[in-house]
Design a protein around this ligand. Structure first.
Ligand code: MN
Length: 233
């Protein structure tokens, strides 16, 4: 048995609705600009006829359970919420066809892709990597995983409130690239694995939070999510 020079970090996991075993989390993939109205509000409209989806990743260590209070992060003055539906994979796949994409699905969750918007936009406009804007500690917030093996969700309300006031309200039927298309396309680049999470993108209405804010959101038919922003460290 291997011996290590310091204690191993615990396995990253999420609770699963209705059963006691945990969902062990592997990689965190995020789809960029996957709702037209959000792409437009970011000043980068999408033409699906000539574009493919694009992705970024965050370290799995950025995973954060729903219900947490997180410190307002350092080195930003514009920390934003992005409410998203999350697909949780339970089987591996590489070069998966759209027709077979559902076979990889373990379930779904509600997620928040919290973002240092100021740093993301500087990086975007200077042609730099997005890591400092996106790969923020505690920024990959996720609800419990709701088992829905082999099921494709192609519609349902998605919404987010800050301090009870609605900020985002849309429907996952407005995804530019739907769940089948995302799994098939992403599997051209990666050998997808059980435990991978795919955050499918945010609708319009993204905006800033400040210390003391409470975020609540949901994907209808899937799950609810909550996050409280604490003082800056
Ligand atoms: Mn996002």
């Amino acid at each position: 048995m291997a011996v290590y020079v310091f204690p191993l970090a615990p396995v990253l996991s999420l609770p699963i609705k209705g059963i006691s075993p945990l969902f062990p989390v592997q990689r965190l993939f995020f789809v960029g600009r996957n709702y037209h109205a959000h792409a437009v509000e970011m000043g980068k409209p999408v033409d699906k006829t000539v574009e493919r989806p694009f992705y970024f990743t965050k370290a799995p260590q950025t995973l954060c359970a729903s219900g947490s209070t997180v410190a307002y992060p350092p080195e930003t003055a514009n920390f934003h919420f992005e409410m998203e539906m999350v697909v949780a994979l339970g089987k591996p796949g590489f070069r998966v066809s759209q027709a077979h994409a559902h076979e990889l699905i373990y379930g779904y969750a509600a997620g928040l892709d919290m973002t240092r918007r100021d740093l993301q936009l500087v990086a975007r406009d200077k042609g730099r990597p997005w890591d400092l804007g996106k790969d923020v500690e505690h920024s990959s917030v996720c609800s419990e995983i709701v088992p829905m093996q082999g099921q494709i969700i192609d519609s349902g309300a998605i919404a987010l409130e800050v301090n009870g006031q609605t900020k985002q309200s849309s429907d996952v039927n407005k995804l530019i690239w739907n769940v089948r298309e995302i799994i098939a396309d992403l599997s051209l680049f990666y050998h997808l694995r059980a435990g991978d999470l795919i955050y499918t993108g945010t609708p319009e209405g993204v905006g800033p939070v400040v210390p003391g804010d409470t975020l609540t959101g949901r994907v209808a038919g899937v799950a609810e999510i909550a996050l409280t922003i604490g003082p800056a460290e």
